[in-house]
Write a protein that binds this ligand. Sequence first.
Ligand code: SF4
Length: 84
Amino acid sequence: SGVMGGLTAAHAADMVKEDDDQAKKLAYVADATKTKNTKYVAGQVCSNCALYQGKAADAAGGCAFFPGKHVAGKGWCSSYVKKA
Ligand code: SF4
């Protein structure tokens, strides 16, 4: 998957893509408001999920479910856990 990163992205983690195997398993979307998943509750986004490794204001950050990649801060997946 790193092959497509290109030179300019060499130092940034690859973004998770919605058609990645793990993303499909977890019903990940880069824009939470676009999901049709029945588990989704309005207001849930990666940046307020307990598993998000970026800061709340970051556009993207790591996620425990996607090692070595970044998820969108405004993304969402079906394993969302509200940050305590
Ligand atoms: Fe986003 Fe949380 Fe799902 Fe990771 S577990 S992709 S941070 S909603």
